[in-house]
Design a protein around this ligand. Structure first.
Ligand code: NAG
Length: 354
């Protein structure tokens, strides 16, 4: 009798325990994070190509695990790393061109991004970095390797269930349109925005045709507040260049409209616009709310113009605590800023892509 009662009581608890265990094991269906874009998300692909735009030397990476300068344009990790971790995947997404990794590593997350690139072929040509069409070629190469490694069925499942991140556009404006006369003679700034949004849409269509179904599209940040842009904003007394910020807002609005159209048009595709503009703008305008002390200049060296090789020496001016700074170098945020951006966006992403 005692045995029997114990048995009867025990069974439901076993089921409950099993149920509680199974739920978290089956909710996340995201097998990998696959990344396209520019330095905002590059994990070190530029190390492997002949460009001057690199960051695989000190003080880059000084707060990265092991203090390694991986080629991320940051003192630590970049947003895709945090997103991957939040999905229960690995805490670092490796660069596809890094010979230290194999297809076994890339099967759970891979980065094709290249610092300095843009939607426009003419942008990637400025610093001889990887154009978007070539990021896509590398992705096709990855698909072939993944299929050879896991078989078609498993590989295709990974390719369709993965989250694809796209983050770029800033360089098209700041390293191309506003610097060189060619695009300015061909397009007004509004026409150029439309041109870029068209290229973004084309890229998404190609990704979709190759099997992508879950896409997070990031627009551009308040790019008029990047320290390098403040430096050249002499008329504005080195405040934010509000013209550039307005272009950024307008561009993000157009990206959003394009994403809405494609969500209707391409069956089975879901695009989330992961717009970081507002949160980065908040950090710049109210840094103390986030524990920052400095938002107008960067940590590295004088903090006004140095990035890549110009941020390479042991400048005595380089800050000791990057967590007090919104920007790490004159063009890129600190790891702390990246973490806050992801903390802010991850909820929306996880609600859509489980
Ligand atoms: C960019 O260059 C590639 C390779 O040459 C070409 O296939 C593509 O059409 C170009 N894109 C644009 C918009 O010109």
């Amino acid at each position: 009798m005692v045995m029997r009662m114990a048995y009867m009581i025990y069974i439901p608890w076993l089921l409950v325990a099993q149920f509680l265990l199974l739920v978290p094991l089956t909710t996340s269906k995201v097998p990998a994070i696959i990344v396209f874009g520019d330095s905002s998300v590059d994990a070190g692909n530029n190390n492997a190509i002949p460009t001057l735009l690199k960051s695989n030397f000190k003080p880059y990476g000084r707060n990265f695990p092991g203090g390694r300068a991986t080629g991320r344009f940051c003192n630590g990790r970049v947003p895709p790393d945090f997103i991957s971790e939040a999905y229960g995947l690995k805490p670092l997404i490796p660069a596809y061109l890094d010979p230290a990794y194999t297809i076994a590593d890339f099967a759970t997350g891979v980065c094709f991004a290249s610092a300095g690139t843009g939607y426009d072929n003419a942008t990637s040509a400025v610093l001889n970095v990887i154009p978007m069409w070539k990021e896509l070629e590398y992705y096709k190469d990855y698909q072939n390797k993944l299929r050879a490694y896991l078989g078609n069925e498993k590989a295709n499942e990974i390719l369709s269930e993965s989250i694809y991140l796209m983050s770029l556009g800033t360089n098209d404006f700041l390293e191309n349109y506003y610097i060189f006369p060619t695009r300015q003679s061909q397009f007004t700034i509004k026409q150029y925005q439309d041109f870029l949004v068209g290229l973004s849409g084309n890229f998404i269509r190609e990704l979709y045709a190759l099997g992508a179904r879950k896409l997070s599209l990031t627009g551009v940040p308040p790019m008029g507040c990047l320290p390098l842009e403040r430096l050249t904003n002499i008329m504005g007394h080195h405040g934010c260049n509000e013209e550039y910020n307005n272009v950024a807002l307008e561009f993000n609005g157009k990206l959003k409209a394009m994403a809405r159209r494609l969500n209707k048009e391409l069956r089975g595709l879901t695009i989330v616009l992961a717009d970081a503009y507002q949160i980065v703008d908040q950090m710049i305008r109210r840094p103390s709310l986030y524990g920052f002390e400095v938002a107008g200049v960067a940590c590295c060296s004088t903090g006004t113009f140095e990035m890549s090789y110009l941020c390479s020496d042991d400048s005595p001016l380089t800050c000791t605590d990057a967590n007090k700074f919104v920007f790490w170098d004159a063009f890129h945020p600190t790891e702390k800023t990246n973490r806050i951006v992801v903390d802010h966006l991850i909820h929306g992403l996880q609600q859509t892509f489980r």
